[in-house]
Design a protein around this ligand. Structure first.
Ligand SMILES: [Zn+2]
Ligand SMILES: [Zn+2]
Length: 253
């Protein structure tokens, strides 16, 4: 199994998880034209996608889902609450997430997360004994998240903001309250803490994603990652808004 991101941040999120035979997109917050160009960078045809899994209804995750799904007849998977919010009537290929499911040879475990959407989910993917976690858009570390995101080989975690940059930054106070709240987004310290709590002996790769361009700084993300990973054999990478990150293997190299 391997994974990549087409771009990550408040202006759009989209990642891909693939085995030798199955490719799954997770969210699509880019326009049709943009997502086709970004898929090309990963050498992936839209027609090769077996499914688009949607985490929640915020536009940075869903704005491109309908166009991509309709034009290429790709089934879309989302929770009941997400389908209500994005209006299932607009979609042709609807699948309801209601517990664990599989697409091709990849198993998908949905995990509810504390975030201010109707029924937001994040996911653990499994294939040939390997486990990959994708975890963004959560405001706090819940017991459920800690229980589900264990024994992973690789994980992508939201490092949304630095708390003091957010507080000093240009956002209106209601938005600062929302972002830093328990149903908003993880700050660098919370994300580092989360990694510390879920890091097992088999974890070899961590990716920091959904980094705010306004309220964070890559140097701060790197130092938060370093503080928690320095004595472990774990590689880390940072996902960008413009480029995401290139394919990363979930297999031990
Ligand atoms: Zn988001
Ligand atoms: Zn969100």
């Amino acid at each position: 199994m391997r994974f990549a991101s087409l771009g990550s941040g408040s202006k759009g999120n989209c990642s891909v998880v693939a085995s030798d035979s199955t490719s799954i997109m997770v969210d699509c917050g880019f326009s049709y034209k943009d997502v086709i160009a970004r898929l090309e960078r990963l050498d992936l045809e839209p027609d090769a996608l077996a499914a688009i899994i949607v985490t929640h209804e915020h536009s940075d995750h869903v704005s491109g889902v309908e166009a991509l799904s309709t034009r290429h007849a790709i089934p879309v998977y989302a929770s009941r609450g997400t389908w209500i919010e994005i209006d299932a009537n607009k979609y042709k290929f609807i699948n309801l997430i209601d517990g664990l499911f599989s697409i091709g040879d990849i198993s998908v475990t949905p995990i509810p997360v504390p975030h201010d959407a109707r029924e937001p989910l994040q996911f653990v993917f499994g294939c040939s004994g390997k486990r990959l976690g994708i975890l963004s858009d959560l405001g706090s570390i819940s017991a459920r998240v800690l229980k589900a995101f264990t024994e992973l080989d690789a994980v992508s975690v939201e490092f949304n903001h630095d708390i003091s940059l957010l507080q000093r930054g240009p956002y209106p106070s209601y938005l600062k309250t929302r972002i830093s709240g328990d149903f908003g987004h993880l700050n660098n310290d919370q994300a580092a803490k989360l990694i510390e709590l879920i890091a097992s002996d088999r974890l070899h790769t961590v990716v920091a994603c959904h980094i705010s361009e306004t309220n964070n700084d890559v140097a701060l993300v790197n130092s938060a990652l370093e503080s928690v990973l320095k004595n472990r054999e774990i590689e880390y990478r940072v996902a960008s808004q413009s480029d995401g990150f290139n394919w990363i293997s979930v297999e031990r190299r």
